[in-house]
Design a protein around this ligand. Structure first.
Ligand SMILES: *[C@@H]1O[C@H](CO)[C@@H](O)[C@H](O)[C@H]1NC(C)=O
Ligand SMILES: *[C@@H]1O[C@H](CO)[C@@H](O)[C@H](O)[C@H]1NC(C)=O
Ligand SMILES: *[C@@H]1O[C@H](CO)[C@@H](O)[C@H](O)[C@H]1NC(C)=O
Length: 969
């Protein structure tokens, strides 16, 4: 085989030599060009030697543009091109310069393009000197490109560190991974070298090309393959049969020197003017504008042997072309008639559904009742983290609990209730003598025994902002006669009174009075709800910042304005950081364990264990499925454009490859053991879902932990056990430390009633509060200090933990350094612990957290948590690009995007929350109910009608006649 090739090679070369001799002067290559190595034949050519000209030949055009944005997840600079950057030098080359970036992140380079746009398959060869190694961070590229997907690129990139310089070869806008190219250093040893190919420069392509100097780069494009050659070596081959989407349409050809600061390709950009050189360009190609007639004529006229050789270095000049060749090629429109019926069916279905929904909405007229059905007062149990405790205070016991409608017999026995209020109530009323709140704890004499919770949480006043369900509850109870206000005052200042007459009695009761101790305590119990709501808002603000204003959050990110720097130094360490997440974890424990701590009844553990997973996972699955769909239809298309405007490469989302990946991602969330990032992170807008895995795993931890703790009776041993567990979890870098802390606080409260104890003893109370504040301050300080000095506590703390794989401390491994975002940190733990203790103990803080706007949000936090990323990344990114297109400045755009995104998010809440609640809360309640309750007795199918209901009809007339007839036959 090899010999055969050699033979052909020699035969053809000798033919070429003969031909060269014949046409030494100027060849007439009207019969096209032939390459003996690849056996490709092309009709047209563009050949330029820049040592023989002082101006850009007419076949090329120097480009002049400024991109308003780039379509690239990692481009934080925009490209521009300036004809002034295309220059000639005396040593005989075309120089393409790259200017340093402007302060608006525009990097102007030099770019030339063929006037012809009809280049359709060909062999493209150039002699290029890469950008210098001393001016790092740019790319010299040869590209043919029709649109985003129909494109092929060969880029010579010097990168920030010259030892990492490489030549990348990308088809169809592939992600620029290193394995798609070759390194300068080892490029030519590793490549699949095609050693028989003779480069123009005369050397055999057998390696040893210095890519910092002039080298030949070549791309061959036919309908079956695209081959890339570097210095005469074939380095990559893309076959059409493996890659159906291989570029296949006519396009213009570009040479450009550019940089977008993409950290996965050229890096940079250089901060001084940089240059790359082109020695010559030789392109042989077919033209799509050649008509079929012309082609046939061409075939008839020419023999292959009359073609010029592509390897002939004496060839000059370019094939003439018609104006037609400079027009952009247009895909013939193919109207697919099969689509229309589908479209019409969809339109009809959508209109019908819309009509029915609107009709139902109008008929039910939710706005006439104050508490619209759309807003349910359930606090999400969520996961979000949250949830547990807050929920109670808030409200409806029902909510997670299954309440009346789920479990009419025993509405208040559900563990959730239990968790509810008690805590808060007691807190509120430290002194027994004062009447506190009243909560209207509904418990009737008849059910006294079964009521384990203390009411405050359930009081209507607490609920007030989102009361609707609660009303139902009370109402139902009332009608069952199960309910009397034992404590006498049902505090119902609530807005909910409106509902119905049955409830009126309640609302008529005098408003609650409260009194407080050391400092006067808040009379409300909803501060925990407020805390969680505040945390979730802060988390959304942080994600907004990471997406649109990175310098506000990430130290060292590029700043648009000086103010971002100050925000990062002064605000971000306090409110925009990971620590707030910890609060979700510590607070969520309470609702799981409070019931058990109170009465030692295993049923509450069983109930929590059964319901926890579906309660979190059903809503998560639904929203993830929705996002799958939305991303698939392209709602987040524009997200990819915004990094060049916002300079943040943080946002990234892609569709699931298949439905199988979706299912696997969801299952993984259920079973994944932290700490690891679930795969679904990249298929979900903002990667918040990793906390769900932490929550779920944490549930099992605390449910078992609480059983052990409960059995340890002597207080000092119990506390010793907590310390032991906390230290172990901290050392293992497990989020368990947060959950143990939550358990400790719950235990202190429920078993030891520490709040009452403390409120009676100011000498213990104030020092404790002070030390909590110190913990919180220490947590903040760890974030602040690196802004001023070199020591980074977070990094230091991370490094002393053991690496799970080797047991070595991280110091000694590659993983040393700043902790990943999903790794728990000590300062976060201090903060979460201190914060929650303060919130439970300090009336002032409680007052702040009970501000109505936080309470209104509380029922929606799970929805906010799940959906904010989608809003920012679809609507926000689209709007950002929309405004960039209209030259609206960055600051104004971000302000508008921020305001409208939050408005949109808040508008969505009342619609989505009930759905999420119905899916999560109601379904899980149903699961528990069916699991624990005896099913009602089986009835005959026709109950309550007689069995012979139909049989009897037969004795009547027509129907009977038919039946009889049938029977007779
Ligand atoms: C220009 O460069 C080419 C190849 O490097 C060489 O063959 C040619 O002779 C040069 N032309 C002139 C006028 O020097
Ligand atoms: C690019 O052009 C091709 C051919 O017309 C078309 O099929 C493809 O959808 C286009 N891609 C984009 C992103 O517009
Ligand atoms: C090229 O170098 C980079 C960095 O030095 C390395 O990660 C990569 O594996 C190398 N690629 C090849 C193909 O050798």
């Amino acid at each position: 085989m090899f010999y055969l090739q050699c033979l052909i090679f020699f035969l053809v070369s000798s033919f070429n030599v003969a031909a060269n001799v014949l046409n030494a002067e100027q060849k007439n290559c009207s019969c096209g060009y032939y390459d003996t190595g690849t056996e490709n034949f092309f009709t047209d050519s563009i050949i330029v030697y820049f040592n023989e000209t002082n101006s850009l030949p007419d076949t090329f055009l120097a480009e002049d543009y400024e991109h308003k944005y780039e379509k690239d997840w990692n481009a934080i600079y925009r490209q521009g091109a300036d004809p002034a950057n295309v220059r000639f030098n005396k040593s005989g080359s075309l120089q393409l310069f790259l200017s340093p970036p402007t302060k608006h992140h525009l990097v102007k380079g030099g770019s030339i393009r063929t006037r012809r746009r009809d280049i359709h398959h060909g062999s493209f060869r150039t002699f290029i000197k890469s950008p210098r190694r001393t001016l790092p961070g740019s790319a010299m590229s040869m590209i043919w490109q029709y649109n985003e997907t129909e494109t092929t690129e060969l880029s010579i990139m010097n990168t920030n560190n010259p030892s990492r310089a490489w030549v990348g070869t990308f088809v169809n806008g592939e992600f620029t991974t290193r394995n798609l190219g070759v390194n300068f250093t080892n490029a030519l040893n590793n490549s699949t070298a095609n050693r028989n190919y003779t480069t123009l420069s005369g050397f055999l392509g057998n390696g040893n090309v210095d890519l910092w100097e002039y080298a030949e780069y070549r791309m061959d494009w036919t309908k079956d393959y695209i081959n890339f050659y570097v210095g005469g070596n074939l380095t990559r081959s893309v076959l059409h049969k493996d890659n159906k989407g291989m570029p296949s349409v006519p396009s213009p050809f570009y040479f450009k020197h550019w940089s977008t600061g993409n950290r996965f390709s050229m890096e940079g950009p250089p901060n001084r003017e940089s240059v790359a050189n082109i020695g010559w360009i030789r392109m042989f190609f077919n033209s799509s504008s050649m008509t079929k007639d012309a082609r046939d004529k061409f075939r008839g006229r020419c023999l292959l042997t009359e073609a010029c050789s592509m390897n002939d270095i004496t060839l000059r000049g370019s094939t003439p072309y018609a104006a037609q060749a400079t027009k952009k090629w247009k895909q013939a429109k193919s109207e697919d008639p099969k689509r229309m019926p589908a479209v019409w069916i969809s339109v009809i279905c959508i209109s019908l559904s819309t009509f029915l929904l609107v009709h139902a909405f109008i008929r039910r007229a939710p706005w006439k009742r104050k508490s619209g059905p759309t807003i349910h007062g359930h606090p999400p149990v969520s996961a979000v983290e949250s949830s547990g405790p807050p929920k109670n205070p808030e409200s409806n016991p029902i909510q997670d609990s299954n309440s009346p409608f789920e479990d009419p017999k025993n509405p208040f026995e559900t563990p959730e209730h239990v968790l509810t209020s008690q805590d808060s109530l007691t807190l509120v009323h430290p002194s027994p003598g004062t009447s506190v709140y009243t909560g209207s704890t509904p418990d009737g004499p008849s059910r006294t025994a079964s009521i384990r919770f203390d009411s405050g949480g359930t009081t209507p006043c607490v609920i007030s902002p989102y009361s609707s369900n609660f009303n139902n509850t009370l109402e139902e109870l009332h009608s069952k006669g199960a309910y009397t206000a034992k404590h006498g005052n049902a505090a119902s200042k609530n807005s909910s009174g409106q509902t119905n007459t049955t409830f009126d009695a309640q609302s008529a009761l005098p408003p609650p009075r409260m009194t407080a101790h050391p400092p006067s305590p808040r009379q409300r119990v909803d501060y925990l709800a407020g805390l969680v709501a505040m945390c979730s808002i802060l988390v959304t603000v942080m994600h907004f910042g990471l997406t649109f204003v990175p310098a506000m959050i990430i130290p060292g990110a590029h700043e648009h304005h000086q103010s971002e720097h100050w925000a990062q130094q002064l605000i971000a360490p306090f409110i925009l950081n990971q620590m707030w997440l910890g609060v979700f974890f510590t607070t969520s424990v309470r609702f799981l364990v409070a019931g058990y701590l109170k009465n030692g009844n295993m049923e509450s553990i069983a109930k929590a264990a059964v319901r926890r997973t579906p309660r979190l996972m059903i809503p998560v699955t639904t929203v993830a499925l929705f996002e799958y769909f939305v991303i698939d239809v392209g709602a987040t298309t524009y997200l990819r454009y915004i990094p060049s405007i916002t300079w943040s490469t943080w946002p990234y989302v892609t569709r699931f490859e298949t439905i199988g990946h979706f299912i696997s991602g969801i299952l993984e969330l259920i079973y994944l053991i932290p700490n690891a990032v679930p795969q679904i992170t990249f298929n979900y807008c903002t990667g918040v879902l990793w906390t769900i895995a932490v929550q779920l795993q944490g549930s099992w931890l605390v449910l078992i932990g609480v059983i052990i703790v409960y059995e340890v009776k002597s207080p000092w041993k119990r506390m010793g056990f907590y310390v032991f567990a906390l230290i172990n979890h901290w050392y293992a870098q497990s989020w368990g430390s947060y959950l143990w802390f939550g358990l400790l606080l719950t235990d202190l409260d429920i078993t030891y009633k520490y709040k009452e104890w403390l409120h009676k003893r100011p000498f213990a109370y104030y020092p404790l509060i002070l030390s909590c504040w110190i913990c919180v301050a220490a947590g903040f300080a760890a974030n602040m200090i690196p802004n001023w000095i070199d020591f980074n506590f977070l990094t230091y703390e991370n490094n002393i933990h053991p690496d799970p794989n080797t047991g070595e401390p991280y110091w000694n491994t590659d993983k040393a350094g700043y902790p990943e975002y999903y790794t728990p940190r000590l300062n976060g733990l201090l903060f979460a612990a201190g914060m929650q203790a303060i919130v439970e103990l300090s009336p002032t803080v409680q007052w702040v957290l009970s501000l109505p706007f936080l309470l209104v949000l509380f029922p929606h936090i799970f929805t906010i948590y799940l959906l904010h990323g989608l809003v920012f990344w679809s609507w926000g990114s689209w709007l950002m690009i929309f405004m960039a297109d209209r030259n609206i400045g960055y600051s104004i755009s971000v302000a508008i995007v921020g305001v409208t995104s939050y408005m949109l998010l808040f508008l969505i809440l009342p619609i989505v929350t009930p759905i999420i609640e119905a899916l999560g809360k109601d379904t899980t309640a149903l699961v528990w109910m069916t699991a624990t309750e005896k099913s009602p007795p089986r009835r005959r199918t026709l109950f309550p009608f007689p069995d012979d209901l139909f049989a009897r009809r037969e004795h009547g007339d027509a129907a009977g006649g038919v039946a009889r007839a049938t029977r007779e036959r």
